[in-house]
Design a protein around this ligand. Sequence first.
Ligand SMILES: Cc1cc2nc3c(=O)[nH]c(=O)nc-3n(C[C@H](O)[C@H](O)[C@H](O)COP(=O)(O)O)c2cc1C
Length: 177
Amino acid sequence: MKNIVVFGASNSINSINKKLAIYAGGLVKDANISVLDLNDYVMPIYSEDIQNQYGIPELAHEFKDSLRKSDGIIISFAEYNGSYTAAFKNIFDWISVIDRDVWCSKPMLLLSTSPGPRGAADVLESAYKRINHGNKNIVLAFSVPSFGKNFDEKYGILDKELLNSLQDKINSFTEAL
Ligand SMILES: Cc1cc2nc3c(=O)[nH]c(=O)nc-3n(C[C@H](O)[C@H](O)[C@H](O)COP(=O)(O)O)c2cc1C
């Protein structure tokens, strides 16, 4: 069995991206899914001064250890003002100073969704550019537009074409595990 870490890059309790990440994880055959919640990794806002004075918080090391122990990572990005949520960016900054291989060169599937028709495409594009640049393994990206219309809590993605496209990404991700 492969171990997949999944999380929504949001600190909302009812995060639609958390739902999408968990759903996508469920589409990976023969895998154990570990769901991370960003609310369990609340740390001071990253600052070089805090790092120099107090070191890197233990929570950042715990988060990074979860990535290191996994066989693959699925993240679904919420978009705030065209970019990452502050909750995600803070964790990203803290783990980025642990070592250069931020995402441990694991196979990664980057998703995004929003209530609107663009499906948080801007944050997904910048996440893909940034993460793909530093990762030695496969990085895939897929956005689900209009979450409320396209996703059902019980049945998942309703639109056949959209589901097929996501399944293609899941297949490529699974092969790389
Ligand atoms: C501060 C703030 C800024 C937002 N900015 C955007 C945005 O730039 N683009 C977008 O598509 N949605 C934006 N939204 C709406 C989010 O897509 C929506 O709240 C979504 O549910 C967030 O994902 P989550 O449920 O996984 O947290 C914003 C929401 C908030 C609260």
